[in-house]
Design a protein around this ligand. Structure first.
Ligand SMILES: C[S@@+](CC[C@H](N)C(=O)[O-])C[C@H]1O[C@@H](n2cnc3c(N)ncnc32)[C@H](O)[C@@H]1O
Length: 207
């Protein structure tokens, strides 16, 4: 009961604050400014990406958790373009095959329960030549000590942060899903604890 209260009434506010860390907002800008047209964003969260879409027509805001989406509503109302909320999971996207030019994920692939299925779905609904744009925290690719800690603490992190895995190798998962990397940059995010600091900004294309 206390855990349910935490999940419904405390975690969404913590998420909303943490995800506004200035270095993360800078990465949102870098990722999203070049994107135009109709866009699907998976794990829309509290709507923090909205100010960075400059050339978008319709944004399909896929967010399964109503307690988190609740904190996005005001931002959605203020958006200068159409935003359609879709309450669904990335593992079962309610879109036709080959129907989208752009899909976005910002710190969502850590949280989807089944990463492989979600990436298969993203591949399915992208048009040939369509692009998946993402920025995610990842399994550390250089520091074995941090990698071990990430593996050790992921079960606790999943409980505290709504299913978030600290130890996902996102680049390998993209390649396994046969998405072709067009851009791939690793960085350490300023202002984030070392255990979740290693991040990947990438654009991957369905060819
Ligand atoms: C760490 S938050 C990131 C939120 C937002 N993308 C941002 O950048 O602030 C992860 C988000 O993924 C959502 N999520 C969790 N499981 C999901 C799934 N299976 N499919 C789509 N979204 C999911 C959560 O509800 C949450 O909003």
């Amino acid at each position: 009961m206390i855990y349910k209260f935490y999940q419904q009434h405390i975690f969404p506010h913590v998420l909303n604050q943490v995800m506004q860390t200035p270095s993360l907002m800078d990465k949102r800008r870098e990722l999203l400014l070049p994107i135009s047209g109709d866009v699907l964003e998976i794990g829309f969260g509290t709507g923090l990406n909205l100010p960075f879409y400059q050339q978008v027509n319709t944004l399909y805001a896929l967010e399964p958790n109503p307690d988190i989406y609740h904190l996005a509503v005001q931002r959605v109302h203020e958006a200068p373009f159409e935003v359609q909320h879709i309450q669904a999971h990335a593992e079962k996207l309610p879109f036709a095959d080959h129907s989208l030019d752009h899909i976005v994920s910002t710190w969502t692939l850590c949280s989807v329960a089944n990463l492989e299925t979600a990436l298969d779905e993203i591949y399915r609904v992208l048009k040939v030549g369509g692009t998946f744009h993402l920025v995610e925290h990842v399994l550390h690719d250089q520091n074995l000590y941090i990698q071990r800690l990430q593996n050790l603490l992921t079960p606790i992190q999943k409980r505290l942060a709504d299913g978030c895995h600290l130890n996902r190798n996102i680049q390998r998962a993209l390649t396994d899903a046969t998405l072709e990397l067009r851009e791939c940059t690793y960085f350490n995010a300023v202002g984030i604890p070392k255990i979740g600091q290693r991040m990947l900004l990438a654009r991957a294309q369905k060819t």
